[in-house]
Ligand binder design. Structure first.
Ligand SMILES: [Zn+2]
Length: 295
């Protein structure tokens, strides 16, 4: 397999997720800590304009702006649409054989209680081996497989065939939290160490399975006809990302105190519970199934 010699780290893809913003700023001043014998790493502070106004984005979600059809449509000219084209050229270009980087690490924070989560949105065996290694050295590392993701996904990681999303929380938007900053920083160094060992041929896989949470579907808050939410995440579910949810257990509580129950025979594991930036996307939580996948 082709070696992973050029890695790019994206921080601040969402302007108000400050873990990635400040890691990117730190590393731009000192890229030495990111270099490994066989790995040359660059870092991008992705959307400074969004960070200036302390918002997720200026005009639209950048991390939904990387579909090939959108990147090739020059008439799309809002801030994130233009930025997506610039980033695709710099990192990829997406869809081309000769690309500027071999692997992308995209740093995010979530307001949900998800701890350290790696999001896999490709089927690449190297990326799966990396995730397996990280799960082995830290069993609390969770892996979310976004089953919706196809070859042409709208995410920044889709620019390259290989990449991973790091999502660490809970953290409020616009806040730096030292614990989460240090955790994310350590994880990136562990990834770079692994990539180096892999390039040197020192990686021997004795892990054949990956414990993952695979997306089934997302569900929205109950809403009125005009789109306003009519219920909240139930207090018994708030913060319970990755816990098993069974038939008959409460998921929402309306403003008059009425419980709304989960009604399905199949046990699920919700995550991204009450993520603030998903209110606008119509997502109250993402339901997943827990499974092992072969790597
Ligand atoms: Zn994000």
């Amino acid at each position: 397999m082709k070696k992973i010699n050029k890695v790019v780290i994206a921080g601040g893809t969402h302007g108000n997720e400050l873990t990635g913003v400040y890691l990117a700023k730190k590393w731009m001043k000192d890229k030495e800590v990111l270099q490994r014998r066989t790995v040359d790493t660059d870092v991008i502070f992705v959307n400074p304009k969004a960070t200036d106004i302390m918002k997720r984005y200026v005009d639209q979600d950048l991390n939904r702006s990387f579909l090939l059809k959108d990147l090739s449509n020059e008439s799309l000219d809002n801030h994130e649409q233009k930025l997506a084209r610039v980033l695709s050229k710099k990192i990829g270009p997406k869809g081309e054989r000769n690309q500027n980087f071999d692997f992308v690490i995209d740093l995010h924070g979530t307001t949900s209680n998800m701890g350290v989560t790696l999001i896999l949105d490709n089927q690449d065996p190297f990326t799966h081996a990396l995730a397996g290694h990280l799960q082995k050295i830290n069993p609390m590392t969770r892996i979310f497989v976004d089953a919706d993701a196809t070859e042409d996904a709208p995410f920044i990681t889709s620019i390259l065939p290989r990449g991973i999303v790091v999502e660490v929380g809970p953290i409020a938007q616009g806040v730096v939290d030292a614990h989460i900053f240090l955790e994310t920083e350590k994880l990136v160094y562990q990834m770079l160490d692994f990539i180096n060992e892999y390039n040197l041929g020192n990686y021997i896989s004795n892990k054949k399975e990956l414990d993952v949470y695979k997306k089934i579907k997302s569900i929205d808050y109950p809403r009125s006809d005009d789109g306003d939410i009519t219920a909240m995440i139930h207090p018994a579910l708030q913060g319970k990302d990755y816990s098993k949810l069974k038939n008959g257990e409460p998921i929402f509580l309306d403003f008059n105190g009425n419980e709304i129950l989960y009604q399905d025979e199949e046990d699920v594991y919700p995550l991204f519970i009450n993520e603030v930036s998903y209110y606008e996307k119509g997502i109250a939580m993402v339901l997943t199934e827990k499974m092992e996948i072969k790597i």
